[in-house]
Design a protein. Structure first.
Length: 183
């Protein structure tokens, strides 16, 4: 039992490092490339020649200011997009940290009661574990109801037996009854 608890503590206590998905890495690389181009254009003093063409197309009225504005908006868009995706990745990572880090189901689903075994390993979270455990907890409602009914019957028996007896005993029974109702 202690070794099982130690395994669970190890799985939940040693979170894995955050890593961006491939899509976010591509956005980050694009942001780095456009940022390097922007810095090179600004600090290097590079300008687009009026007679230059882009894939064989010549543009009239295109000047250096238009290019800088376009690159600025491209950088701003890519930065916001990367920031958004980074926040999403961080939130997902925060959920995954609570999981038991099962890469795939290698044994029976119920090999260790303390772990969650979802069909998709990315869904291994504390929330998933609680969902599974809540099903087990709900099975205690019927036995607890029976115990509650027995306690009420015993209370009635004690009340009937103590009728007309010492008031101190009645006060003690009432105190016990109040505690039982609270908890």
């Amino acid at each position: 039992m202690d070794s099982d608890i130690n395994k669970v503590e190890k799985a939940l206590g040693e979170p894995f490092a955050m890593d961006f998905p491939e899509y976010v890495r591509k956005i980050r690389n694009g942001l780095i490339i456009t940022s390097v181009i922007s810095v090179t254009l600004l600090l290097g003093g590079l300008h687009i020649a009026a007679d230059s063409s882009f894939f064989g197309l010549k543009f009239e009225g295109l000047n250096h200011e238009h290019i800088l504005k376009a690159i600025f908006f491209l950088n701003a868009y890519m930065f916001v997009h990367f920031l958004w995706c980074s926040i999403d990745s961080f939130q997902e990572w925060m959920l995954r940290v609570t999981g038991t880090r099962v890469t795939h189901i290698t044994t029976a689903r119920f090999a260790a009661e303390e772990c969650d075994y979802p069909n998709d390993p990315r869904q291994s979270t504390l929330y998933n574990w609680w969902k599974d455990e809540s099903r087990k907890i709900s099975s205690f409602q019927e036995p607890l109801g029976r115990i509650e009914n027995k306690l009420k019957a015993w209370e009635e028996t004690v009340k009937n037996a103590l009728e007309g007896k010492d008031p101190n005993v009645l006060n003690a029974c009432m105190s016990i009854n109040q505690v039982a109702r609270r908890y």
